[in-house]
Structures are given as structure tokens and as C-alpha cells.
Design a protein around this ligand. Structure first.
Ligand SMILES: Nc1ncnc2c1ncn2[C@@H]1O[C@H](COP(=O)(O)OP(=O)(O)OP(=O)(O)O)[C@@H](O)[C@H]1O
Length: 571
């Protein structure tokens, strides 16, 4: 991730070296001015060093500006790449990853934790480089100026290091607690906002407030502890500095009284010390900052360590291009979700021929949605294979596979964009005419025209502007535009009332015409039209046949059908 940035880093360090050189020279000029101009009261001795000092100050300022701006540019670019890298990675992770991590916590990792690293990268790059070079230069100048005073100063330097060491373990644990608490607070806020209707309808405001308070208190404690540690560290460092300054003045006074040193030399040395301490202090502080940032880095690494469940086949291993006819074969497929013991699918086998419609039904938890995830290749099966026109799904590049197998998911997925963009995402670059045709096929054109800005009306998943049925018809239009040979419909009528559900039957029929369709549903109204019905129980096929054959069989299907009818009739 640092590709292309390293040579800029060298430029930053170069600026730092030059800046430190300029400042060291200025301090030496100060000593010179004190002894020759100030003590002798000679204006003649003033002009030349003063002019040199001013020139050094201007050059030093220009170098400081260049180095400072450049180092921020380098480190911010690094952080931007880091953010993109983590985000790209997150987008490839399997669905169960998101079910097992709270969304708010992921959000906090992608924002807050990246920021913690950003602080370290910015301060790290500027801080370490400039502090290190400055410390070395000023130390060298100090020895050159007054070796005995310098020796006394450096004899006390390990005190800074000891103080930093003492604090670093505490800082790390507090930083980790703070980051975790931050993730928890974001999660609670995010979950509460998502559940606002439930909260208000059932008067759960107090319970939600308590939930937030628990997390906010943890965050508050971590913040206060962190501030306390930093304060204590800062104050201890000041005391150590005072000890050093007093030691230098003591030795200086003694040397002046012995006639071994001038006042100018002592003042120049004291000025040098005031330049030397900040870099030493910031080096120690940097240690604390890095320690705190590692807590954020660990949380990001946890995300980066999560592996995508599937990957693209090797280059060159792709099957021939060309639109498949749409034969779907599920061959002895078994699957369990990573990290669980439950077998979601157990030796499943069936074939769907091009253009056939197969309904997959069964009790809750039977493995129906899991099958749809395998068909879209969100996961690969543990054993067995899924094939499209005889080619295993994992031989297709993922992007191409998802062009051939279109999903109409259970939840209506909406982009925060216009109606047009929401349909067009079925086939990026589709013409307005094609988008309107798809909307007509999905019976969506008329209601879209009735919206305030027609096709340019913005939709939002949380806004009440579109009903569930209308959103579903938008999703159908998107699938029509995608024009995939294979369709996977996961509970297309879930959440819709009887009228809205009936309203999408015709658009669905039009969408399914001529395509291989696997419809996962509890709603068996469409079953008489299907070429076949497959009943899944505990991840296995227990019944298969046409609707009327299965009804006559009087088994699970007949039971499901009757209970559905009774529910619909309100019995
Ligand atoms: N992300 C997951 N991680 C672990 N186990 C899961 C996950 N999703 C589903 N399962 C388990 O896999 C099995 C099959 O679930 P699946 O969602 O496929 O059932 P389903 O037939 O679609 O149920 P429903 O009709 O209620 O949607 C169940 O035992 C379920 O608990």
C-alpha cells in the first residue's frame, strides 16, 4: 500500500534534515550574538549574524512548509488506500460475516479505527522522522557546544524513556476498550434507529436508552482513563525536564564562576535544550500513540483476516463465453455454514431444464434460502457440485455467473438513488427506452409516472414513498432488464398482503417466461403453474412432483398447502 509513496517519504525526511540543520545553525548564531553583540553592547557585531539568522529563518520556514505539507499528503494518501483496501475486502465477505458482526461495530472499524491509524500515520511520519533527526542534530550540536553540559543532560534522558514505558501498557488497554466501546455505541444507535417503529409502538424508549447508557458509560470511562493517563504522563515529563534544566544551570553557574564558560554559551546551550526536549518528548509520546493505534489496527486486521467464502477461478480456466441455455443441475450437494454444526443441505440432487419453473418449498429452516445462496455462489458446497449447462458454477468468473443467474431476494433491496438508477442497476448502461420497457413488463411504469419526479424520483429504503408491492415491482423490473437465463426468486411475495401479492403475479409470470426459474416460497398460489414442486425438509428432498400429484400424495406438501390455505382464509 506504500507503493509510489516511498520516494515522497524520502523527500519528507530530507526536508526534516535541512530544517533541523537550519535551526541548529540559528541557535549557534544566537550564542554568537549574545557574546559579541549583547554583552559588548556592539551594534556592529549585530548586523551580520542578524542577517544570517533572518535568512536561515526564511529558508527554514520554506523547508518546514514543504516538508509539513508533503508529509500530510503522503500519510493521508496511505490512509485513503487503507480505507479503500478494507472496504473492498469487506464487500467480498460472505453473508454470514455480516450476520455475526454488528453493523455499527463494522462501521466504527471502517471509520474510527482507520482514523486512529490515520493519527498514527500522520504523526508517525512527521513525528518520528522530524523528532529523530532533530534530536540527533541538537544532541550533536549540544556536545559540540558544551560536552560536559550535554553529558549531564543525556545522563538524565533515560528518565523520559522509563516514563513512556511505564505508561504504554495502560494506554494500549485503554485504547482497545475505547475502540470496542465506540463500536458498541455506534451499533446501539444504528440498531435503535433501524427499529424505531418497534421502539415507539411498544414504548421501548427507556429500554433503548438504558442499552445506550451501558455502552456510553463504558466509552466514557475509557475516554476519561485515557485522558488521565496522558495528563499524568505529560506532567511527569515536565518534572523530568525541570530536573534536567536545573542540572544544566547548576553546572553552568559553576563553570561561569570558574571562568570556563561565557554567559552567551550557557544561554545558547539552554536555547538548544528548549529545542532538544520537544523532539525527545514527542519520540516518547509517539510510542504511546503507536501503542494506542495498534488497538485500532488489531480491529482492522480482524476484518482483513476474514476470508471471502468464494473466489474467482484462475485466469484461462473460464468456460467458453456465450449465453447458457439455463440447465441447472444440483448434484449431491451438502453444505453447512462455516463455524456451525448444523447441516443446512444434505446430499441434495435435482435438475431443472431450460425454461422450466420449479417451486422449492418446505418448513422453516429446511435449507431453501441456503440453496439460493449456493446458486448465486455466495458459498461453495462442502461436497457435490452445482452446474449451469454442465459447467460447475465455480468455473465461471463470479461477475459473469451473476449475470447468468439473477436473484430476486426476499428483502427488497433498494439503492439510495433515483427510480431509474434502481432499475438500471440490472444492466448498467441500459437505455431509457429499455428501462421503461422493463418497468412496463413489471407493471411499474404507471405508478412511477405518478411519482413527483417520475423516473427521476429518488427512493430511499426507509422512506414511506413506495409501498412494499411497488418496491417489489421495481425489483422485478430490474430482473427483467438483467435478462438472465436463470432466475432465483426467494419468497417474492413475502411481506405483501393478498392484494399486493396478487398484483405481482402477472409481472412475475412475464419475468419467468422462457427462463429457468427456481422459486423458493411458502406461498403456494403459483404452484399449480409450476412444472415441478420440490419439498425440502432438514436439507433433504422429501417429495417431488407436480402440484396435484403431491396433493394427492397427502404428505408434507399437502399439509403445507392446507395450512397455507387455512391461514389465507383466516381459519
Ligand atoms: N448465516 C447462517 N449461519 C449459520 N447457520 C445458518 C445461517 N443461515 C441459515 N442457517 C441455518 O441453516 C439451516 C437452513 O436455513 P435456511 O435459511 O436455508 O432455511 P429456510 O428453509 O430458507 O428457512 P425459512 O423458510 O425460515 O427462510 C437452518 O438450520 C438455519 O438455522
Amino acid at each position: 500500500m506504500t507503493r509510489g509513496l516511498r520516494r515522497w517519504l524520502v523527500a519528507v525526511w530530507l526536508c526534516t534534515v535541512l530544517g533541523a540543520l537550519a535551526e541548529t545553525s540559528a541557535i549557534l548564531l544566537f550564542g554568537d550574538l549574545t557574546d559579541n553583540a549583547l554583552q559588548n553592547g556592539s551594534l556592529d557585531a549585530f548586523w551580520s549574524p542578524a542577517a544570517q539568522w533572518l535568512a536561515l529563518a526564511v529558508v527554514g520556514a520554506a523547508i518546514g512548509y514543504a516538508g509539513g505539507s508533503l508529509s500530510v499528503w503522503v500519510s493521508e494518501r496511505f490512509v485513503m488506500r487503507l480505507r479503500e483496501h478494507v472496504f473492498d475486502h469487506v464487500q467480498k465477505l460472505p453473508p454470514h460475516f455480516f450476520q455475526r458482526h454488528r453493523q455499527g461495530d463494522l462501521l466504527s472499524r471502517l471509520t474510527g479505527d482507520v482514523e486512529a491509524i490515520e493519527q498514527m500515520a500522520v504523526s508517525g511520519l512527521i513525528g518520528t522522522a522530524s523528532a529523530l533527526f532533530s534530536a540527533v542534530f541538537y544532541a550533536a550540536a549540544a556536545f559540540w557546544l558544551q560536552w560536559d553540559l550535554a553529558t549531564a543532560t543525556f545522563a538524565l534522558a533515560p528518565l523520559f524513556w522509563l516514563a513512556a514505558r511505564k505508561f504504554s501498557a495502560g494506554v494500549k488497554s485503554v485504547a482497545r476498550d475505547g475502540r470496542v466501546a465506540d463500536g458498541a455505541v455506534t451499533s446501539v444507535v444504528e440498531e435503535s434507529l433501524g427499529n424505531l417503529v418497534l421502539t415507539q409502538a411498544y414504548g421501548r424508549q427507556d429500554a433503548e436508552r438504558r442499552r445506550l447508557k451501558v455502552e456510553a458509560t463504558a466509552w466514557f470511562r475509557a475516554s476519561v482513563r485515557s485522558a488521565r493517563l496522558n495528563q499524568a504522563y505529560g506532567q511527569i515529563v515536565q518534572v523530568i525536564e525541570t530536573i534536567c534544566v536545573l542540572a544544566v544551570i547548576g553546572i553552568g553557574v559553576w563553570e561561569i564562576s570558574e571562568g570556563q564558560m561565557t554567559l552567551g554559551q550557557l544561554l545558547a546551550f539552554a536555547a538548544l535544550l528548549s529545542y532538544l526536549y520537544p523532539p525527545i518528548r514527542s519520540l516518547a509520546q509517539l510510542g504511546l500513540l503507536v501503542t494506542a493505534a495498534t488497538a485500532g489496527a488489531e480491529r482492522l486486521i480482524e476484518i482483513l483476516d476474514a476470508r471471502p467464502a468464494v473466489s474467482d477461478p484462475a485466469q484461462g480456466a473460464h468456460p467458453a463465453t456465450g449465453r447458457p441455455d439455463g440447465t441447472v443441475e444440483v448434484r449431491d450437494v451438502s453444505f453447512r455454514y462455516p463455524g456451525t454444526d448444523v447441516t443446512a443441505l444434505d446430499g441434495l440432487s435435482f435438475t431443472v431444464r431450460p425454461g422450466e419453473t420449479v417451486i422449492i418449498t418446505g418448513p422453516s429452516g429446511a435449507g431453501k434460502s441456503t440453496l439460493s445462496k449456493l446458486l448465486l455462489r455466495f458459498y461453495d458446497p462442502d461436497s457435490g457440485a452445482l452446474l449451469l449447462d454442465g459447467t460447475p458454477l465455480n468455473a465461471f468468473p463470479l461477475e459473469r455467473l451473476r449475470e447468468y443467474v439473477a436473484l430476486l431476494p426476499q428483502e427488497t433491496l433498494v439503492l439510495h438513488d433515483t427510480v431509474r438508477a434502481n432499475i438500471a442497476c440490472g444492466r448498467p448502461g441500459a437505455s431509457d427506452h429499455a428501462i421503461e420497457e422493463a418497468a412496463r413488463t413489471a407493471d411499474a411504469h404507471d405508478f412511477i409516472l405518478g411519482l413527483p419526479d417520475g423516473y427521476d424520483t429518488r427512493v430511499d429504503p426507509n422512506s414511506a414513498r413506495l409501498s412494499g408491492g411497488q418496491l417489489q415491482r421495481l425489483a422485478i423490473a430490474r430482473a427483467v432488464l438483467r435478462d438472465a437465463p436463470v432466475l432465483v426468486l426467494d419468497e417474492p411475495t413475502t411481506g405483501l398482503d393478498g392484494i399486493a401479492a396478487r398484483r405481482i403475479v402477472e409481472p412475475l409470470r412475464r419475468l419467468m417466461a422462457g427462463r429457468t426459474t427456481l422459486m423458493i416460497t411458502h406461498d403456494l398460489d403459483l404452484a399449480p403453474d409450476a412444472d415441478r414442486v420440490i419439498v425440502l425438509e432438514h436439507g433433504r428432498i422429501t417429495e417431488t412432483g407436480r402440484h396435484d400429484e403431491l396433493l394427492a400424495l397427502g404428505g408434507t406438501y399437502a399439509r403445507l398447502h392446507h395450512s397455507r390455505k387455512n391461514t389465507a382464509a383466516g381459519v
